[in-house]
Design a protein around this ligand. Sequence first.
Ligand SMILES: Cc1cc2nc3c(=O)[nH]c(=O)nc-3n(C[C@H](O)[C@H](O)[C@H](O)COP(=O)(O)OP(=O)(O)OC[C@H]3O[C@@H](n4cnc5c(N)ncnc54)[C@H](O)[C@@H]3O)c2cc1C
Length: 340
Amino acid sequence: MRVAYPVSFENGIYALPAELRIKHGLSLLRALISSSGEKPRNLREWIINTFGEEVAKDHLIPYNEKIRKRPLEQISADWAYIPGRLPLPSLEDIVKAIAGLPTVGYREQAVFHYPRKGGIVEQWKAAYRRAEELGVKFLQMEVREVKKVGSEFLINGVVKADKVISTLPLREAPAIFGLSEESFSATERLDYNSVVVVGVGLNGPAPKQHWIYVPDRRVPFHRYAWISNYGEDLPPNKSALIAEITVPPSERVDVDALKHETVRWLMELGIVREKDIAVVAAWFHKYGYPIYTLTHSKDVQTIEGKLREAEVITFGRWGNWQYWNTDKIFEMAQKSLPWS
Ligand SMILES: Cc1cc2nc3c(=O)[nH]c(=O)nc-3n(C[C@H](O)[C@H](O)[C@H](O)COP(=O)(O)OP(=O)(O)OC[C@H]3O[C@@H](n4cnc5c(N)ncnc54)[C@H](O)[C@@H]3O)c2cc1C
């Protein structure tokens, strides 16, 4: 069954048939009433405590197992548990959803704005142009070594800098910055999933949808998005979607096989028709999603501490090894980095 999914699960409940509204509504209500406020030991416990057994079993556990590809008992709930980090169901919204009335929930995430032309990357292109105007030089080289020489940094043996703000993945930082043994063992414990993105260009319009979560374990992708609805770049009768498949670092990736499997499932689910497909492509991203192991926050603190001692500022989704999205990164870059 497909349900409108305005970010928070509970806001999609109103669209379900009455029996399921009651089942999932009761699940949320029971969880809310019996909440002890105690910190959950792992992600599985957080899901069950927050959303109740039925919502957990029917949706959130299969979805999370699928995207994370790890037993949820081995994943820390730190990220999800931070108060205010995620929208949580309110009593009023749950009751309305059971009655079959639409709810908005977390307003910050109910409406999204995208650049009309060029897509979300235009935001970063504008930031890039602004940085250039302010005198930032983009070196376009892979950083392999950073050494402190006197009060300066020497990058790759050729570029001098008086300050370093690093966005490179924390896992790679100890080798590049020459950190101690302790940071090497902490980085080895940092876990992540890679992601394969399959893009499909279609002849024909897109439905009025943005992104859709797919908890069904048989289907390889956990989410697909009609990216042609995120701007006005395509002519009216063309559309494009992307689907994402996570891959743990221990697994061999066959991008081509995943591409074919994804297209097969998109057709099987009636999302695309073979005759409309104009182009298919797939991309592999080594770093897709950080995984919150049970030692995550201690390990991150250890490496960040060593980098602080080396006077390096580490920043970003991979620079801080946190499950942060574009909005959070943009806001933090504006507010917390020392720009002068
Ligand atoms: C498949 C996928 C789907 C996503 N979906 C969403 C979404 O729906 N919504 C959302 O808000 N966010 C989404 N994100 C996350 C979003 O892309 C990130 O949160 C955001 O880009 C993080 O910004 P960042 O600057 O921290 O890291 P990045 O954008 O990863 O930037 C880090 C930069 O450091 C550079 N770098 C790394 N190592 C080196 C080196 N040794 N030398 C030189 N340069 C180096 C990289 O090339 C990169 O340019 C998604 C990410 C992926 C991969």
